[in-house]
Write a protein that binds this ligand. Structure first.
Ligand SMILES: Cc1cc2nc3c(=O)[nH]c(=O)nc-3n(C[C@H](O)[C@H](O)[C@H](O)COP(=O)(O)OP(=O)(O)OC[C@H]3O[C@@H](n4cnc5c(N)ncnc54)[C@H](O)[C@@H]3O)c2cc1C
Length: 510
């Protein structure tokens, strides 16, 4: 039998620990890893699943902080650049890669805006240098000709194209995979990581939990409690009042804009300094983002993109690309919520740039806002506060140099003689994924490594590993979080039998 390191439900969970972490998005997973590697006992829970919330709805970029410079937030920009460098060079090279980004100099980009943008990209490169991230990891920006721009993005409208500005930033293989891998790493150090376990209420030293599989409730005592429930943070701590805004992305098949080799940032027509993003993904899709729409006070479990947002994004892309995109080109769409913090004076503070750590009257320490890119630093900050407030002795934070499961240098990864897709998603653990799939299923490699359906590069080996090592409890966990097949509803239907087969094969062996 293969050990399951992340477990659905609360059976056998400890009733007393040093730290309870509520929420297993990137922030909570990061807090669990930081706490357990400081030598503390940890119980980390999520009401649904790993990466159920905002963490799976991002643009999947590892930002260098350039946009914060425009707001004069040099410290925040530097922090983002430092964390980007750590992710790409130390903690998760296997799950990140450099992505080229092209700003096409179309007729709607004035010479003034082009000059200003070029200066900003140069400042972004200075941020990279200030963060000591090597040029090999992220090459510098440059101006390119119209011919080169059209080679990198053949679908661009050629008429009036004066060239482009090419720069580099970090991109994640998959945001939910980052969360899963951080959580699996925390579990490998001894953290109890439980999905389908909801916190009903919390104080600074107790958490009432409900096992969502059985309906049973239990109370856990802790020396400190960290609330990392993202936009739902106010449900547990009444002092935290959030008013989110929605950001929507479209999913297109790669064939819709054939030959696209770079991410393209087309200018939004009629706006002087706003760009959208068209981003090719490693799995044969393209994401198009991003909108910013206020939502009401009711926060849905899964936000839904609106038709006007979808229409807006289609129009922006159609203005820059020769092909007029139609609604039927959109094979999927998703939305995530950014937290805006209601402040005492009635205004709102945007927490998407800098995170906030808030200690409630009952002692719950809440961490909210920030970015996927800065999750490690956020975890360090909230634990430093939680431990100091409660006088808890622990070792120093170790996560700056702690490689997450499967990480290795890019040279080492390139030398692995294992299926490229598995190496991209599991790094050096690709071997473990394959070995455990063989053991659990008794199937030959041809079956385990074949795409589960046409257009869908995901393999049965990955689905099996999702159940045996990553706590997937049902088809949704497998299709929507351990893999991202569910982003395209048509593909989800095609892949459902493979997910059911993986669950049947793996669970009979548990
Ligand atoms: C549209 C959009 C695009 C973005 N793009 C990027 C990007 O490209 N790069 C980047 O660095 N950042 C990006 N961000 C920011 C980043 O996605 C978020 O900052 C980050 O994912 C927030 O993670 P979190 O763990 O704090 O919250 P979440 O991921 O929302 O996690 C909270 C978890 O808490 C759980 N939960 C809630 N209530 C309870 C309860 N009572 N008991 C137990 N569990 C509970 C939920 O199920 C959920 O899994 C983007 C954000 C948005 C909105």
């Amino acid at each position: 039998m293969t050990a399951t390191l992340i477990t659905p439900g609360l059976a056998g969970a400890p009733s007393e620990v040093d730290v309870v972490v509520i929420g297993l998005g990137v922030t909570g997973a990061g807090v669990a890893l930081d706490a357990v590697t400081r030598g503390l006992s940890v119980l980390a829970v999520d009401a649904h699943d790993l990466a159920f919330g905002t963490s799976r709805w991002s643009s999947k970029l590892v930002h260098g902080g350039l946009r914060y410079l425009a707001h004069g937030q040099v410290g925040v920009a530097h922090e983002s650049a430092v964390e980007r460098g750590l992710l790409m060079e130390v903690t998760a090279p296997h799950l990140t890669h450099a992505t080229p980004m092209l700003i096409p100099l179309t007729p709607s980009v004035s010479a003034y805006l082009a000059g200003k943008t070029r200066a900003a990209l140069t400042a972004g490169d200075l941020l990279r240098r200030g963060a000591r991230t090597s040029r090999e990891t992220l090459p510098g920006p440059r101006r390119i000709s119209a011919t080169e721009a059209l080679t990198l993005a053949p679908g661009l409208r050629p008429g009036g194209l004066r060239g482009g500005l090419l720069s580099w930033d970090g991109q994640l293989e998959d945001d939910a995979r980052l969360v899963t891998t951080i959580a699996r790493t925390a579990a490998s150090y001894g953290a109890h990581v439980r999905t389908h376990a909801r916190a009903l209420s919390a104080t600074g030293t107790t958490v009432q939990l409900r096992d969502e599989l059985t309906g049973g409730t239990t109370t856990v005592t802790a020396r400190t409690v960290v609330n990392a429930t993202g936009v739902w943070a106010g449900d547990l701590v009444e002092e935290v009042r959030l008013r989110p805004s929605r950001g929507t992305h479209l999913v297109l098949r790669a064939g819709t804009l054939p030959g696209l080799r770079v991410a393209v940032a087309p200018p939004v027509p009629g706006e002087s300094n706003r760009f959208s993003l068209v981003m090719p993904q490693p799995d044969g899709t393209i994401y198009v983002g991003l909108t910013d729409e206020p939502v009401g006070t009711e926060i849905p479990d899964v936000p839904t993109p609106s038709e006007p947002e979808i229409g807006f994004l289609l129009d922006v892309v159609s203005a820059a690309f020769a092909r007029d995109l139609r609604r039927s080109d959109v094979v999927g769409a998703y939305a995530g919520l950014r937290p805006l913090l209601d402040t005492r004076d009635g205004s709102t503070a945007d927490l998407s740039r800098r995170h906030a750590v808030l200690t409630s009257a009952s002692g719950v320490v809440t961490i909210v806002g920030g970015k996927l890119t800065t999750y490690r630093r956020m975890a360090e900050d909230v634990l430093d506060t939680a431990l100091a407030t409660n006088g808890i002795d622990a070792g120093p934070c170790r996560t700056r140099t702690l490689a997450i499961a499967g990480a290795a240098s890019r040279d080492q990864l390139a030398r692995l003689e294992l299926p490229a897709r598995l190496v991209r998603r599991y790094g050096t653990d690709a071997e473990l994924v394959l070995a455990s799939a063989r053991e659990v299923s008794g199937l030959p490699d041809d079956d385990l490594l074949a795409p589960v359906a046409e257009h869908i590069p995901v393999t049965l080996a990955e689905l099996l590993f999702g159940v045996t090592h990553e706590g997937a409890a049902d088809v949704e966990d497998l299709l929507d979080r351990r893999t991202r097949i569910g982003l395209i509803p048509e593909d989800r239907d095609l892949a459902r039998p493979a997910a059911e087969r993986a669950l049947a094969l793996a669970l009979t062996r548990r």
